[in-house]
Design a protein around this ligand. Sequence first.
Ligand code: NAP
Length: 512
Amino acid sequence: MVEPERHPFLEGLSKHRGAPPTVVVIFGASGDLTARKLIPAIYNLSYDNLLPAEFHLVGYGRKPIPDEEFRSMAAKAIKDFSRRELDSDIWGRVAANTTYVSGGYDEKAGFDRLASHIRAIEGRVGSEVQSLFYISTPPSVFESIIANLGSSGLGGRYLGQTHHSKVIIEKPFGMDLDSARLLNGTLGSVFEEGQVYRIDHYLGKETVQDLLVQRFANAIFEPLWNRNYIDSVQITVAEDQGVGTRAGYYEQSGCLRDMIQNHTTQLLALTAMEPPGSFEAEALRDEKVKVLKAIEPVALGPDGDVARAQYAAGMLAGKSVPGYLDEQGIARDSATETFAAIRLSINNWRWHGVPFYLRSGKRLPRRVSEIAVQFKRPPGTIFPSKDGFNLAPNTLSFQIQPDEGLGMVLNAKIPGLETRTQPVKMSFRYATTFGSNTPEAYERLVLDAMIGDGTLFIRGDEAETSWGLYTPVLQFWKSEGRRGMEAYAAGSWGPAAADRLLAARGHAWRQP
Ligand SMILES: NC(=O)c1ccc[n+]([C@@H]2O[C@H](COP(=O)([O-])OP(=O)(O)OC[C@H]3O[C@@H](n4cnc5c(N)ncnc54)[C@H](OP(=O)(O)O)[C@@H]3O)[C@@H](O)[C@H]2O)c1
């Protein structure tokens, strides 16, 4: 058996953040997310000794799968997708308590079987065990799973005053404001808000949490973090992949729903929120909701605040790739955007007049997520403006992924007998400072939900506030059909419309 690695991120975790005895039930356990993220996350938590001594894993799905086969599927998922190799002793500890229950998501009898299965586990353990239900199915069955968790009594289990059941719900949380409200209503009829953990896996990323540490553990930033010193903020979530095999899902979703409404807006909220009174879930989420509520309604139409486009054929990494409309499973007249850019204004004292530019897209030159805070230029300069003089605005950039880190662009004197300047970059890289074996977002999130810490999850009102902002845009685009839809070559940084959005305020996108 391998010794658990000592890793600075994990120091002290096992001592201070113990989860109670838990049974994790995954709905949709034969699916892609379970194999790629959830099983590897559970394995790595076991590797780091962060699972409770009494830990049970139950898969649930429509297809009958014998326990042994589910364990083999899980072992294969670890081999294929875990950041650490499969160690048979470590996996064996989890596998010994891994079982499968088959049943429909709308079949009450299936949930009754699940309830008996959990009671049988508790019988063997000799006490009650908290249940964490992870809904990892397509959203079409979210509602029936929640309703059946209610009708089978699984959703409302208590031990004394403490909730004994929790639910993690995957994205997308609704398709617009109405459907998000409906889903919140269904959740609210079975669970209390404190039992509900809405996933945005971006919040589980180390670099996203580091953004809070940088902002609130370093005194130098706060005095500058406002409209007096900051000129604009750019948030980019770029993918190099095309739609791939997910055409069915993507045609219903599009970039605004898939990336902007959740991940990109979460990055904005963490960048722009006021300092919370504590690092408690409610304190942090209150501040996020407050800043989202301060965002002004988005202007639509020509010269409005939004741009959308679809990728056309182009070259990426030396290969030619087809345009969106030529991808398999995509309608020739599809009006689904693969790129969206948006200009947001926050109407509060800190941010009045500072544009926040958000963009995301598929088939961009590389996969990168970044927040770039651009500071105002110095008021005048003592340095002569002549050839070789190149005064750049200071920019603080948080690289969320890949090559996680933080960079600051400063102006420096080029060595020599003349005074010539050049922008230089000071940077901190996670991999060089802390080593590269960083925990995956899902490890942190599954552990937090087991412990009962909702800080890195989305609260119901937060999901609705975010949808409230973007639903008018979705409705407008729907009414426009393909009118105003631009194209951008695959492998480029997006359409001309996105450049115009910034140029209107004297800005330009930076190359992340
Ligand atoms: N995959 C990812 O990388 C990823 C990333 C972020 C978020 N998510 C979210 O995570 C959830 C699960 O994603 P996934 O990629 O794992 O989904 P998936 O593989 O398409 O489906 C998961 C499981 O749900 C059941 N299922 C599939 N289609 C169904 C349908 N139409 N009606 C009822 N059950 C159905 C199947 O299990 P049985 O046939 O055994 O019942 C399937 O194995 C989704 O909400 C997705 O948006 C996924």
